[in-house]
Design a protein around this ligand. Structure first.
Ligand SMILES: [Zn+2]
Length: 399
């Protein structure tokens, strides 16, 4: 089987998607081409998405972002999903836009794309704007409970980068660390009871991943006095360790954003001490710790409680995903890798799937060709990463 044939087979395999931020239903019903770009990583490229159909503005924007991987895979997805053979340009911008608006007249279009076109049987959903939601589709979406707000609950004024503070969200004014830990137990237990299958830490957008040791007394300090940076760090270090233990107790994985973010010690190796001291916790290290991708390979090699979640990485850079995947196949067992789209719309999600399978088929067919794997083993590996591993890790299976 050559690479293209292998890709064809993989495109038709079901997937359990480890990570998504899929927007609530009503946001899709009025979707435009501009909305899709604004709610995609292309919107992160530092040049404003054209807000009208000014040809000069569109042409300049495409010149600026057209080479970015984020754009390339979203464009491929849009062309395929809307049956348009030409690449996006200033002349056909309105054709793409009309096709998108038209399709979303069908209110189920976005869900059907996820189920039928992307082949997702379950999607782990991180609704950071309102942690723990399933967007009203509990069979398809399995919440990952975002815990950043818990790391910012030391007083009434702190906020995580999404503007959340767990005490404010629940109308509490706790100033005692023991009482706070009981409160956390309740919040996390409730989240699990209503369907959460993982905890999700995106603290790399707030501070470094350098979680150190901290005592309960040190954590208490941030709750009672006007805390300085050091007090806040100790509180977060202590509470995060507590949450890792709680995840183990409840038998759900801790997903952690690694790489990029604030770029302030966001490399996965910063997590080595907390991983080593929590052997019962399953850590899903996300995004390949880009650009420090070998950190993931090293950590999976040494720690059996670490899994690589390749979500987002193939969209950031297929070249980096290609390199890391080869490395992971070399050093990490086949049952410790998963993938997710990490996107807000179905269109970009499909682009993310295209990018991932492009990388996966290329890497596996290369290894078969080089005599490092046989075809059957390559297929088994792909199925593990796309489906089987996630069923065990998140305790989800087909509907
Ligand atoms: Zn994400």
């Amino acid at each position: 089987m050559n690479r293209i044939e292998f890709l064809d087979v993989l495109m038709n395999q079901p997937i359990i998607n480890s990570h998504s931020h899929h927007l609530p239903d009503e946001r899709h019903h009025t979707l435009t081409l501009e909305d899709i770009f604004n709610n995609s990583y292309v919107g992160w490229c530092g040049v404003a998405v054209p807000s009208g159909d000014d040809r000069k503005e569109i042409a300049e924007w495409l010149d600026a972002v057209g080479n970015r991987s984020y754009f390339v895979w979203l464009e491929k997805a849009l062309m395929e999903l809307y049956g348009i053979e030409e690449r996006l340009d200033a002349d056909n911008w309105n054709i793409f836009d009309s096709a998108i608006r038209q399709a979303h007249q069908d209110k189920d279009w976005h869900i059907n794309l996820l189920r039928k076109k992307c082949g997702y049987e379950a999607i782990v959903l991180d609704t950071y704007w309102s942690p723990g939601e399933d967007n009203g589709h509990p069979k398809l979406f399995k919440p990952a409970y975002r815990i950043n707000s818990i790391l910012y609950g030391y007083n009434q004024t702190a906020k995580d980068h999404n503007g959340n503070n767990i005490q404010i969200m629940h109308g509490r004014s706790i100033t005692d660390i023991d009482e706070y830990l009981d409160f956390i137990d309740q919040v996390v237990l409730d989240a699990k009871r209503v369907g959460s299958v993982a905890l999700k830490c995106a603290i790399a957008y707030d501070r470094s991943l350098n979680f150190g040791e901290a005592s309960k007394e040190e954590a208490q300090k941030a709750m009672t006095e006007d805390p300085d940076k050091g007090d806040i760090k100790k509180f977060q270090d202590y509470v995060f360790d507590y949450l890792c233990r709680l995840a183990a107790k409840l038998d759900i994985p801790m997903q952690i954003h690694t790489g990029l973010g604030l770029m302030e010690s966001s490399n996965a190796m910063e997590l080595q001490p907390i991983i080593a001291s929590n052997p019962e916790t399953t850590f899903l290290l996300m995004h390949g710790s880009y650009p420090w991708t070998s950190d993931i390979a090293g950590l999976t090699h040494v720690y059996p409680n670490v899994c690589a979640d390749l979500c987002w990485l193939p969209l950031i850079s297929p070249a980096a995903a290609h390199r890391l995947l080869h490395e992971l196949i070399d050093v990490c067992n086949a049952d410790r890798m998963v993938w997710g789209c990490d996107t807000w719309t179905s269109e970009e999600s499909y682009g993310a799937k295209l990018a991932f399978l492009h990388v996966l088929s290329r890497v596996l067919s290369k290894r078969v060709e080089a005599g490092l794997m046989d075809e059957e083993g390559a297929f088994r590996f792909a199925k593990a990463v796309m489906y089987d591993n996630a069923t065990g890790l998140f305790g989800v299976s087909e509907n």
